[in-house]
Design a protein around this ligand. Structure first.
Ligand SMILES: [Zn+2]
Length: 297
């Protein structure tokens, strides 16, 4: 069992990904006193301004700093204790002009990017890592693909004294999860929009195949009923990226709570002896990692 304080570390590609993927889960653990570390690999320099209310020349001229500030506000709303930038440039979509910048995350030398992540893991000592699965079939953004590619090698190398010896003392995380949206969630939200007589923004997602065919891969469902407002607050912190009257924000939290009050994850690799898998599901990312402190009655 663990004597170290519990800690989770999430790896995300761009500012705002931390708000749309797993935010309420991290908020729930933060409320429990579990330390959250956010690693953001890029500065989101290629993002468009998607909220007309803040599309001004001043914001456009200073977009990099504006997005970092938005990220800090979002991380605060979620309750992350630490925000670490991996320090790369947003790569833009495949075949775009931005995609050729040498300082892009997608173009970063593989070992260099893994070492940077290993250095943070060893300094922060998380038991649980959250990253992306291989979602290239659904959302082939080069930065999201790269997050997936560096995370598993970093998980393994962090505990290996022979790997990256200049990047700190070895620390082996115990579990690594993929964050994701199940078809069950998409369908529940889609149907909730239709039931309210509104157009569903999820039609395209269902057409891209996020329709439940991969749902058997999800191992872990976190009940975030009481933390949906934190997710909303985090999304709204990204003022340039999220239109308060748009897509993400139209379904009220009480409706979401009624139809799908979970965030779902795939346990990608575990060094803990637990029984999740084969159709079983768990409700705690720290299952098997908690020291039993409750007195028996
Ligand atoms: Zn992203």
């Amino acid at each position: 069992m663990n004597s170290e304080p519990l800690c989770l570390l999430s790896v995300h590609a761009h500012p705002d990904d931390e708000a749309s993927k797993g935010a309420a889960t991290v908020a729930k653990y933060a409320a429990e006193g579990i330390r959250g570390v956010l690693v953001c690999c890029t500065g989101g320099e290629e993002g468009d301004i998607l909220n007309p209310a803040v599309d001004t020349p001043e914001v456009r001229a200073d977009l990099t700093n504006v997005r970092v500030k938005e990220l800090e506000n979002s991380a605060d709303a979620i309750g992350y204790a630490s925000l670490q930038m991996l320090g790369y440039r947003d790569s833009g979509m495949k075949d775009s002009d931005a995609n050729s910048h040498a300082e892009n995350f997608a173009n970063a030398p593989f070992d260099e990017a893994v070492e940077k992540l290993v250095r943070i893991i060893r300094a922060e000592r998380p038991q649980v890592l959250i990253t992306y699965g291989d979602e290239s079939a659904y959302y082939p953004h080069p930065d999201h693909v790269k997050v997936h590619q560096i995370s598993m090698p970093a998980f393994e190398a962090a505990g290996d004294a022979e790997a990256f010896p200049d990047a700190g003392s070895p620390w082996q995380p115990k579990k690594i999860y993929y964050t994701g949206w199940s078809g069950r969630r998409i369908k529940a939200l889609h149907e909730a929009f239709l039931a309210r007589g509104e157009e569903s923004p999820y039609v395209g997602w269902l057409e891209r195949g996020i329709d439940g065919r991969d749902d058997h891969r999800f191992t872990t469902f976190i009940d975030v009923s009481d933390f949906l407002h934190k997710r909303r607050e985090a999304l709204l912190a990204h003022r340039t990226q999220v239109d308060p009257d748009g897509f993400w924000m139209r379904l009220p939290d009480d409706v979401i709570r009624a139809v799908f009050p979970f965030e779902e994850f795939i346990l990608a690799h575990s060094l803990v002896d637990n029984h999740v898998g084969d159709g079983d599901v768990e409700d705690d990312l720290f299952a098997g990692l908690r020291t039993e402190t409750r007195a028996t009655v």
